[in-house]
Design a protein around this ligand. Structure first.
Ligand code: FES
Length: 168
C-alpha cells in the first residue's frame, strides 16, 4: 500500500513539476526580446512574430520602448498615433512618463497606462488621459524597413507624424 502511495505521490509530483515548467516556459516566451540588432545608436526590431495585444518592452539608447501590436478591430486605439508595419498597426512609444520620467504600468484590460509616481494616465496610444503628464508618451524616431523597424532613424513615416505634431 505504501509503495502504491509513493508511486502516486511521485506521479502527482511529476505532473505538478511539468505544469510549473510549462508555466515558466510560457512566461519566458512572453519575456523574450524581439529579434533585434543594435548598432551605432540604432536598434532594428523584427516585428514578424509579435503577438497581438501583448506589451513588448525593448530598449533603445538605454530607454524602455513599449510596443503593442493592435488587434485589427480594436477601437481602443486612436489611429493617428499608430504606426503601420507590413499591414499591421503598432503602438511604439518611449516608456517614460512625460511628467518626471517614471515608467508607466500597462493595464491591458483597461487599455491604459498608469504612472505609479503621481497617478498620470495615458490611453493605449500614449495620449494623456489624466494629468500631471503635460504631453503624450513620445514616439521615438523610426524608419520602417519591410517587417522591421529601425529605431533612431527618421524615416518618411516618422517625419509625417512629426510634421503633424504627433511624436511627442
Ligand atoms: S512621473 Fe508620471 S505622473 Fe509624475
Amino acid at each position: 500500500m505504501s509503495n502504491r502511495r509513493d508511486f502516486m505521490g511521485m506521479a502527482l509530483g511529476g505532473f505538478a513539476g511539468l505544469g510549473a515548467l510549462g508555466a515558466l516556459y510560457a512566461a519566458k516566451r512572453t519575456w523574450d526580446p524581439l529579434p533585434s540588432v543594435k548598432a551605432g545608436g540604432f536598434t532594428t526590431l523584427d516585428l514578424s512574430n509579435v503577438p497581438e495585444n501583448t506589451l513588448i518592452v525593448e530598449k533603445w539608447r538605454g530607454k524602455p520602448i513599449l510596443i503593442i501590436k493592435v488587434a485589427k478591430d480594436d477601437k481602443a486605439y486612436k489611429d493617428k498615433r499608430l504606426i503601420t508595419v507590413d499591414g499591421h498597426k503598432y503602438m511604439i512609444v518611449v516608456g517614460l512618463c512625460t511628467h518626471l520620467g517614471c515608467i508607466p504600468d500597462y493595464f491591458p484590460e483597461k487599455h491604459k497606462f498608469i504612472c505609479p509616481c503621481h497617478g498620470g494616465q495615458f490611453d493605449a496610444a500614449g495620449e494623456v488621459l489624466k494629468a500631471p503628464p503635460p504631453s503624450p508618451l513620445v514616439i521615438p524616431p523610426f524608419k520602417i524597413d519591410g517587417k522591421k523597424v529601425v529605431l533612431g532613424e527618421e524615416g518618411p513615416e516618422y517625419k509625417k507624424l512629426k510634421a503633424a505634431g504627433l511624436v511627442a
